[in-house]
Structures are given as structure tokens and as C-alpha cells.
Design a protein around this ligand. Structure first.
Ligand SMILES: [Zn+2]
Length: 58
């Protein structure tokens, strides 16, 4: 089973889905996407908490 997060759960309207084998991998991909596509150089702690709670099994 892998983990995934829909960026749209955090950023309304974004279709991106980050997938990985574990939470760390999903977080790394989500951070990369946020930087590239949303111009976020660093992710605030409260957003990371939101992202973690939005990660689900797939
Ligand atoms: Zn996004």
C-alpha cells in the first residue's frame, strides 16, 4: 500500500497528487511541488501539519 495526498485538500483547485511509499516520501514530493508550482520556498509548520493529516493510504 502506498501513501498519497491531494494538493487540492490544501490548495483549493490544484489537481496535483503526491504519491510515495511512506509519509516522508509523500511529504518530500509535496514540498517539491509546492516550491515549483506554488512558489513556496519553505513550508510553514502549520501547513506541514495540514499536509500530514491529509495523507491517506492508497
Ligand atoms: Zn498544488
Amino acid at each position: 500500500m502506498s501513501k498519497a495526498i491531494r494538493c487540492g485538500d490544501i490548495v483549493p483547485g490544484c489537481e496535483y497528487v503526491a504519491r510515495g511509499q511512506n509519509e516522508d516520501e509523500v511529504l518530500a514530493r509535496a514540498a517539491e511541488h509546492a516550491k515549483r508550482d506554488h512558489g513556496m520556498e519553505s513550508i510553514p509548520d502549520d501547513v506541514i501539519d495540514k499536509v500530514k493529516s491529509a495523507i491517506h493510504d492508497e
